[in-house]
Design a binder for this molecule. Structure first.
Ligand code: AMP
Ligand code: MG
Length: 326
């Protein structure tokens, strides 16, 4: 199969919607990461998603709809706090777990009576789902061993020959996955931290339960060993010291840092990720891919404050580093 990257013209979005309706898979942009879509009510199409991604078959898929009034078509009921979260954060990087409606097959939820639903805040994604006329599953469009894709080219690297079309919508704005909240519990439970922060959730609905932050993150691990620094005054010196120890052992290393700290690392290898936590999140998966592509033995990531998106970054970096905090 030839995999084509298509610009997001109306005609191409229509073409992709009709491929979805025919039971095929299409990759498309969302504001979190690129998604591998299939019609959620088509069990055969959903099965293909697991095959193409080599996704563990016990990991349920998130379902996306195009607008708020479509949520009630995939769930049995919407509790009051869920409705507040919908009004406040959708469309956006929030996924709610609710009781599933009968139209959602077991293949999507892996047999669970719940379903995870969100509305992407991306015009191409919304148009595609609207034209497909049905809810669409939206796992990240990578194979299980790769970082979530934030560019059409990343999708092509991973899924070339396995799907027909990738709709190109430029870089995913947020760059990390959605926050997942189980809205069936009281108080609601945060299952994964992502693009919407716990502070934002608390502002909207008061108390929330949180699980261990890294419990629900994806199975992706880069080839390079990832070291993640604690955030403190001596951080950049400590990172330099670690870097020099690693390279003294004839290994290669690269530091992931904010623009403002670039000069602290002299002529060591560095990937800069911008000047804010938003920019760090936006670029994280792309630089990890780059490190794999350039065959670095080690990646040393700067630590961040646990505020705002910093919390979501820390959760990912703890997971990626296997807890190796330096
Ligand atoms: P990914 O597609 O890699 O972003 O993973 C989707 C995430 O959503 C996984 O962590 C799933 O466990 C979670 N998820 C999807 N559906 C449900 C559900 N019905 N209940 C709880 N978690 C879910
Ligand atoms: Mg993923």
């Amino acid at each position: 199969m030839n995999t084509e990257i298509l610009s997001s013209t109306d005609l191409n979005i229509m073409r992709c919607a009709s491929r979805l309706k025919a039971g095929e898979l299409v990759a498309f942009p969302t504001e979190t990461v690129y998604a591998l879509g299939a019609i959620a009510t088509d069990a055969q199409a959903v099965k293909k998603v697991y095959e193409v991604k080599s996704r563990p078959t016990d990991k349920p898929l998130i379902v996306a709809v195009a607008k708020k009034s479509d949520i009630q078509k995939v769930v049995k009921s919407i509790p009051k706090k869920a409705q507040i979260l919908i009004d406040r954060f959708m469309p956006g990087a929030l996924t709610l777990v609710l009781d599933r409606a009968d139209v959602i097959p077991d293949e999507v939820t892996v047999g669970s009576e719940s379903v995870a639903v969100r509305i992407p805040d991306n015009a191409v994604a919304k148009k595609l789902i609207e034209l497909a006329g049905a809810p669409v599953v939206v796992p990240s469009a990578n194979t299980a061993d790769k970082a979530s894709p934030t560019l059409a080219a990343h999708v092509k690297d991973d899924l070339d020959g396995k799907i027909e079309y990738i709709l190109d919508g430029g870089a995913s704005e947020i760059g990390i996955e959605s926050t997942i909240v189980d809205a069936r519990t009281e108080p609601p439970t945060v299952l994964r931290v992502g693009g919407v922060t716990v502070e934002q959730l608390k502002q909207a609905i008061g108390e929330v339960k949180t699980l261990r932050q890294d419990a629900r993150l994806s199975g992706y691990m880069p080839n390079a060993e990832v070291l993640f620094s604690a955030y403190y005054d001596g951080m950049t010196e400590n990172i330099c010291k670690r870097y020099d120890e690693i390279t003294a052992q004839q290994k290669t290393a690269v530091i992931i840092c904010l623009d403002g700290n670039r000069d602290c690392y002299g002529d060591r290898n560095v990937y800069t990720v911008g000047d804010s936590y938003e920019a760090y999140a936006h670029n994280l998966f792309a630089v990890l891919r780059k490190a794999d592509g350039e065959h670095y033995d080690a990646v040393i990531a700067e630590g961040v404050n646990p505020e705002g998106l910093g919390e979501s970054l820390i959760a990912r970096l703890i997971k990626l580093s296997g807890g190796m905090i330096i």
